[in-house]
Write a protein that binds this ligand. Structure first.
Ligand code: ZN
Length: 80
């Protein structure tokens, strides 16, 4: 029984609660599955929105900074 099996992803947008970029989604990855923060289990968005974020992920640090400004957030310092 692997019903609770989940996969970890990394989103460009950090958790609104703890700032972590690591999220967990069910292995089934249905579009309406909820994506949770891996650190604090905050509900981030649904999988469809997460996929969209990944599609739009900035390819350079400059774009990352621009997105951080758009999101009204300081550049993340939690990079690993
Ligand atoms: Zn969190």
């Amino acid at each position: 029984m692997n019903e609770d099996f989940s996969v970890e992803m990394r989103l460009p947008k950090g958790c609104p609660n703890c700032g972590s970029h690591k999220v967990t989604v069910s292995q089934a990855q249905q579009l309406d599955d909820i994506v949770f923060c891996s650190s604090c289990n905050t509900e981030i968005c649904d999988y469809q929105a997460a996929k969209q974020m990944l599609d739009e992920m900035p390819r350079s640090e400059n774009e990352q900074l621009i997105e951080d400004v758009v999101n009204n957030r300081k550049p993340s310092s939690t990079e690993e």
